[in-house]
Design a protein around this ligand. Structure first.
Ligand code: HEC
Length: 131
């Protein structure tokens, strides 16, 4: 067979396809992402919050920074603010690395799941009512 421009092009395309497939299958083997695929429930994170946030953020408006995480309703209502504070390494107060710990990762995943959907998109799922 003679290697004219057309066959060379086909061979090159074939190689690209193979390389791409190899890259995709390799991507499948990458380690499990740090963030759990199903968000944790409030029950999963209640003790994490109590142990790492609750002793400063308790008593409703008397909580430090005016924020309290005594109940699920309070946590859900402040989910976006809490997510931002932990993700930025500001909370727990003075512990910028906590967000990278297993507890921190789990709490961030939970808080993210509780941030209300964009009200501009009415078809988006709504935050479940507090239990
Ligand atoms: C050692 C005490 C302490 C702990 C523990 C702590 N916080 Fe705080 N938090 C504070 C203080 C003090 C402020 C007020 C900071 C300020 O106004 O600058 C604050 C403020 C906040 C705010 C309000 C931020 C804002 O922009 O108004 C949020 C949200 C928050 N904390 C979330 C958390 C979460 C979530 C945790 C646990 C992962 C946590 N905090 C743990 C002391 C603490």
């Amino acid at each position: 067979m003679k290697f004219n421009a057309k066959t060379t092009g086909l061979i090159a395309a074939g190689f690209c396809g193979l390389t791409l497939m190899a890259a995709i299958s390799r991507a499948d083997e990458t380690p499990v992402p740090a963030e759990p695929s199903t968000p944790p429930t409030y029950q999963d994170v209640a003790s994490i919050i109590a142990n790492n946030c609750g002793y400063c953020h308790t008593g409703g408006a008397d909580g430090l920074g005016g924020i309290s995480f005594d109940t699920e309703a309070e946590v859900v209502a402040n989910a976006a603010l809490a997510y931002a504070a932990v993700d930025a390494g500001l909370m727990p107060y003075g512990d910028s690395e906590w967000r990278t710990t297993p507890d921190g990762i789990q709490l961030l995943a939970y808080l993210k799941s509780q941030i209300p959907a964009d009200p501009a998109k009415p078809e988006a799922p709504q935050t479940p009512a507090a239990k």
